[in-house]
Ligand binder design. Sequence first.
Ligand SMILES: [Zn+2]
Length: 368
Amino acid sequence: MVLTYRYRIKDATCGRHLRRQAREVNRVWNYCGEIHNAARRHNKRWPSGFDLIKLTGGSSKLLGLHSDTVQAVCKQFAISRDTCGKRPRWRGRKSLGWIPFQASRALRVQGDAVTFLGRRYRLWLSRPLEGRMLCGAFGEDARGRWYLNLQVEILEDDKHGSGEIGIDLGLKSLVAISTGEKIEAPRLYRKHERALAIAQRAGRKPRVRAIHARITNRRKHFLHELSTRLVRENRRICVGNVNSCGLARTSLAKSVLDAGWSLLRSQLRYKATRHGAEYIEVDERFSTQVCSACAARGGPQGREGLVVRERVCSGCGARHDRDINSAINLLVSGRNVGLQQTVIPSVYGGEDVKPTDLQPQTSYHGRS
Ligand SMILES: [Zn+2]
C-alpha cells in the first residue's frame, strides 16, 4: 500500500533556497493559469497537462527548478482544474510553499539527508527512509517550517489482534467501544481557547499560528496512539458513519471539529488495511434507539434526546449506557455487512449457503 511520510527538514539555512524555488513554482502555476485564460478567451478547448508541459518545456534551467518540478506543477494544475471545473486560484506570496517532484528521479537519499537539485537537505529522521519512493514534494506549513512529504510503497503485514469491536463516535466521550470502554475527548481546542483569544486580541499572528499548530499536533498525536492501539488489538472494527460535515454546520460545530472524527476514521481505515484487519463503516441510524439485548426500539430520539445518557429498556428491562449500547449495535450490523461482503469460510459448510441464509452472530439473545 502507499503511504505518505512526512519529515521535518533542518531548514535554518536551506529554507531560503526552498522559498526561492517555491516562488518559481508559483510563477509556473500562474503561467498555466494565464494559458488557461487565454485559451478560454479564444474559445479553444482547455489546455491539457501535456499541452502545458510542452509549453513550459526548457524553462526549468532559467527558473532554477528541477525539470521534474515544472512538469509536476503542470500536471497538478490540470488535475486541480479538472476536478473543480474551473481555473484554480492564483498562487501568491500568501500561498504556502510547495515544490513537487518525482522521487525516484529527482531525489537521492544518503543517511539522514537527501540531495535535491545538487543541494543537500538534512532531515529529522522520525522514521527510517525505506520502501519504494513514488513521488513527493517539499511543503511549507503556516509557521514557515519546511517538510519533505514522500509517497512510499510499503508492504502490508498481517499482524493484528483477535478482537471485534464496534465504535460509537461521540462528543461527550470521543470513543465508546462495544467492550464497555470509554475514552474521553481531549478537548484540546477548548483548553487553548483562552490563550488563543488573548493572542488574537493582541494581534500577535505568529503566536496564534503557534497555538493552532500545537492544538493540531496534540490532537493528531492523541488520535494516532488511539487508532494504533485499536488496530493492534482487533481484527474487525465497525464504525458509525457520523456525518461530521453536516454537524459542523450546527451549533455543535466547535466540539465536532475539535473531536477529529474524520481524522480518526481515516487513520483507522489505513491502519486496518496495513495490518490486514477489517474496517467497516456502518449506517448508524437507530443505533442509539435499538436495545442491544432484545432489539426493541424506543430509546431517546433527536437532538433533545442527547441529554439521555442512560436508560432502561422497556422491552427487557436491561440497563443501557447510551454510547456503549450504540457501539454494540454498530458491531452487530458491522458483522452482517462483513458476512455479505466476504467469502463465507468453509466452517459454515453445507451446499448453496447464501449469505442471507446465515444467521449472523448477533447479541440479540433475548429474542424469541
Ligand atoms: Zn431490551
